[in-house]
Design a protein around this ligand. Structure first.
Ligand SMILES: [Zn+2]
Length: 386
């Protein structure tokens, strides 16, 4: 059984550390990353314990309260500007795949093959016999030994925490990547049974930690702590491992039916994000500041794009995913197939992923809308044979 730590004092230690070292910030960028990590830790500490971390010091320090805030604001507007500059490329990227992927998914959704998965019972792995740990170890040894080292390391540090299961939280699992102390912690569901979705959430969060350590190594102490809060590529690696883990379960016949179902459900939610992201990318620039902080239904988004649109009545009126998440999940569902095909492209991507998005750079490493779509469609066909 993977032990889930329910004592959150170590989080408090991390918060204290930032508070006590806030004067170490030698530049606004460092202050900004201190602030991001601080906020994330305080929020999560509250979610897990119900306790509010009381602190006045951090706000009294001029780096933390002013330079950091200002830097974060500047960074946000730079990311916005970067998005708008590349908007037509994003739009091309999404529309090159969307229609085909939706078609493949829809015919699968209506097939008997899908119905069979849906009607099956959810089986659990036997935690007492250590089935969960055996499977994870086997997968990591096959896919990436670094993940196994990370898992063991987090276990040793007691940094795998129980995350409360409540309908009020938008997330079921989470990773906190503390760039101030280069520490990682993951939070996995507290009470859920040990099913495929639970194991996949562990793999996904460990993927974030691997992404983080890799970035720390490449950037040494220059890491800004902003990659994980603002980059549109922040979900790519974790999603790649998660999807690949379903394949591993299926190929090795470990709860194959459940793994197929989980893979389908995960894929479907990412596909929703891709639809939303392509709607956002069609909006005129002036609506951008409106949509990034507000919730819209798909109907509302479409009427912003085209007030005269005639088929509006036929569209299901669902809430669109939030702007940033839709972008992040779209790139992760689109890029993971090309990476599993071509290690060289993935290696090149790893060297550019933390920079500002640049369509020239994307094109130079063969991540063009056409190439990406080709592999994404190929992969969807293998997932959803009817
Ligand atoms: Zn994630």
């Amino acid at each position: 059984m993977i032990k889930r730590n329910q004592n959150y004092d170590q989080l408090k230690d991390q918060i204290d550390y930032i508070k006590n070292h806030i004067l170490d910030c030698k530049s606004p960028s460092v202050a900004a990353s201190y602030q991001n990590v601080y906020r994330m830790l305080v929020n999560t500490y509250y979610i897990c314990t119900g306790k509010i971390y009381q602190d006045n010091n951090i706000n009294k320090n001029r780096y933390a309260s002013y330079a950091g805030l200002e830097k974060n604001k500047t960074l946000l507007s730079r990311y916005e500007q970067n998005y708008l500059e590349n908007k037509s490329f994003h739009q091309e990227m999404f529309s090159a795949s969307l229609e085909n992927l939706s078609e493949i998914w829809n015919s699968y959704f209506e097939s008997d093959a899908y119905l069979k998965l849906y009607a099956s019972h959810q089986k659990h792995f036997d935690e007492r016999k250590g089935e969960d740990i055996d499977i994870l170890h086997q997968y990591f040894l096959e896919k990436d030994k670094t993940l196994l080292e990370i898992l063991k390391d987090l276990q040793k540090q007691n940094a795998i925490y129980a995350f409360p299961d409540t309908v009020y939280l938008p997330k079921r699992a989470l990773a906190i990547l503390n760039s101030v102390e280069n520490k990682a912690s993951i939070f996995i569901p507290k009470n859920t049974g040990c099913d495929t979705s639970y194991l996949a959430s562990i793999v996904h969060e460990l993927g974030h930690v691997l992404d983080f350590y890799d970035l720390v190594q490449r950037q040494s102490n220059k890491i800004s702590g902003t990659y994980f809060t603002k980059s549109i590529f922040a979900e790519v690696l974790s999603t790649e491992y998660q999807m690949d883990f379903y394949d591993f379960l299926i190929n090795n016949n470990y709860h194959e039916i459940e793994a197929r179902r989980e893979r389908a459900l995960t894929y479907n939610s990412y596909l929703d994000s891709l639809e939303d992201a392509s709607l956002y990318a069609c909006l005129p620039d002036e609506y951008y500041s409106l949509v990034k902080n507000n919730t819209f239904t798909r109907k509302e988004l479409i009427s912003l794009i085209d007030p005269e649109y005639e088929g509006l009545e036929d569209i299901e009126d669902m809430i669109a995913s939030n702007f940033n998440e839709s972008l992040e999940y779209s790139y992760s569902i689109l890029l993971h197939p090309i990476f599993s095909n071509d290690k060289k492209i993935k290696d090149q991507f790893m060297t550019i992923r933390h920079n500002y998005f640049d369509k020239e750079v994307m094109t130079s490493i063969a991540l063009t809308p056409e190439n990406v779509a080709e592999k994404a469609i190929e992969k969807a066909h293998t997932y959803f044979k009817t």
